[in-house]
Ligand binder design. Structure first.
Ligand code: NIG
Ligand code: FE
Length: 425
């Protein structure tokens, strides 16, 4: 007698499991776990079996059956580095850059992150959540079912706490799974101009303890979902010693380290991230070969953000090819934010990474699913189609998975299934 279950997805022309019991490295990045004429069985929001359609159709009866005939089925995308919680926009800076100003010049002149800080300080928690909810909806419709979300546009205790509360509110109400990261050390706010160390004191002594208390009482803690602490380690922002102080203070309060490193100048951030046991180190645009080798020998995930280079009009990209070939674990992310990467789209990131970072379609898919899940500490729950994982599943209107990176500027996602429910709209 076939067992009756909640959901069966049958007849996928290609079903990509992206299955792995740890972050994928090297050759494994070219293996997407392809099953032809594949099927997935779901019960209580969880995947219970993956296999051929014939096998699963014989084993199960389902209350709901989805015929994915001719289509590609993948895990939901995981976006492991975002600043999606913000208010306002920076369209004026977009024009300034077109006319020749650089991102760091605009930041040094009091624009950039600090201009979004002003916008975030002015809005209520409700307004902040509403603006962010709209962007999460866009991400979801483009296939992102789990996303990391950083604070970092408050830069005062009150405003950073407002961001954390908005993130929790959205996690509780939105279909997407959110993973919070405290990024109080994103920029030095105007009231601390020229006194970076004093601002780091505030982050370490007051903001991190407040953030840790917030986490303890939050739904994230109840769900045993991780909480990260991040720093923008960059020349003219936070140096290596200041970054180390912040990461250590976070660790002491149970926050796992992440780091923005080597976006514009190499300060040794990768080495610092590894030293602190960081879950990921992100950007890596100017990381030298010896630090890539160190990354390869570590458990820290390298996250590259090629939509930033694209958006800043640069033809220089992180050497993701070398990162994989050296044996490091690599993930991709949008970095969605109003300054350096105003895009909600993981498929757009895949399109850029294949062309300018010379990654294969299979590699960008693993980097956007299973490895991205490990980059946010949720590799045991999401990121692949494997029994025991959340049923976060995409049905794409293509017949060959390589089209997901080959064609660009359109949305192939026909159905987004989150925790076993169709959440497409
Ligand atoms: O990852 N580089 C620092 N932080 C963001 C940009 C944030 C912003 O410009 O608002 C990034 O690129
Ligand atoms: Fe970032």
């Amino acid at each position: 007698m076939p067992r009756t279950i909640d959901l069966l997805i049958l007849n996928a022309r290609q079903l990509l499991t992206c299955a792995s019991d740890g972050p994928k490295r090297g050759e494994a990045m070219t293996d997407v776990g392809l099953i032809e004429d594949g099927a997935v069985a779901v019960q209580d929001g969880e995947i219970i079996a993956v296999g051929s359609s014939a096998e699963l159709a014989a084993r199960y009866e389902s209350r709901t059956t989805i015929d994915a005939a001719g289509r590609v089925v993948t895990p939901g995308f995981v976006d492991p580095h975002t600043h999606v919680a913000y208010a306002g926009d920076r369209v004026a800076e977009f024009e300034m850059r077109i006319k020749g100003a650089t991102y760091m010049e605009i930041m040094a002149a009091g624009g950039g992150i600090v201009s979004t800080m002003r916008a975030v300080r002015e809005v209520s928690e409700e307004e902040l959540a509403a603006e962010t909810r709209h962007r999460l909806d866009e991400m979801l419709m483009l296939g992102t079912t789990t996303t990391e979300v950083k604070t970092g546009y408050g830069l005062s205790i009150e405003a950073e706490m407002k961001l954390l509360r908005a993130i929790e509110q959205l996690h509780d109400a939105h279909p997407m799974t959110l993973v919070p990261t405290f990024l109080g050390a994103h920029a030095v706010p105007p009231e601390f101009k020229g006194r970076t160390d004093a601002y780091v004191d505030l982050v370490v002594e007051e903001m991190i303890p407040a953030a840790a208390d917030w986490y303890k009482a939050s739904s994230f803690a109840r769900q045993q979902s991780p909480f990260f602490c991040d720093v923008f380690c960059e020349a003219g922002v936070f140096d290596l010693a200041q970054s180390r102080r912040v990461l250590k203070a976070g660790l002491a309060r149970g926050m796992a380290p992440k780091l923005h490193a080597d976006e514009f100048e190499n300060l040794g951030g990768v080495t610092l991230a590894i030293e602190q046991g960081a879950t990921s180190v992100d950007h890596l645009d100017v990381t030298p070969p010896d630090e890539i080798a160190r990354l390869a020998a570590s458990d820290t995930m390298g996250v590259v953000l090629p939509a930033v280079n694209f958006n800043l009009g640069s033809c220089h990209f992180a050497d993701a090819r070398e990162i994989i070939d050296a044996g490091a674990a690599l993930a991709l992310a949008t970095d969605i934010n109003p300054g350096s990467a105003p895009t909600p789209s993981m498929p757009m990131v895949m399109a850029i990474a294949t062309r300018y970072q010379k990654l294969l379609p299979a590699e960008v898919l693993n980097a956007s699913t299973i490895n991205a899940a490990y980059a946010v500490g949720l590799g045991d729950r999401v990121g692949s189609l494997q029994a025991g994982k959340r049923a976060d599943i995409l049905i794409h209107g293509v017949s060959d998975y390589r089209h997901l990176a080959y064609e660009f500027g359109k949305n192939f996602v026909e159905m987004v299934i989150k925790d076993g429910e169709n959440v497409s709209f």
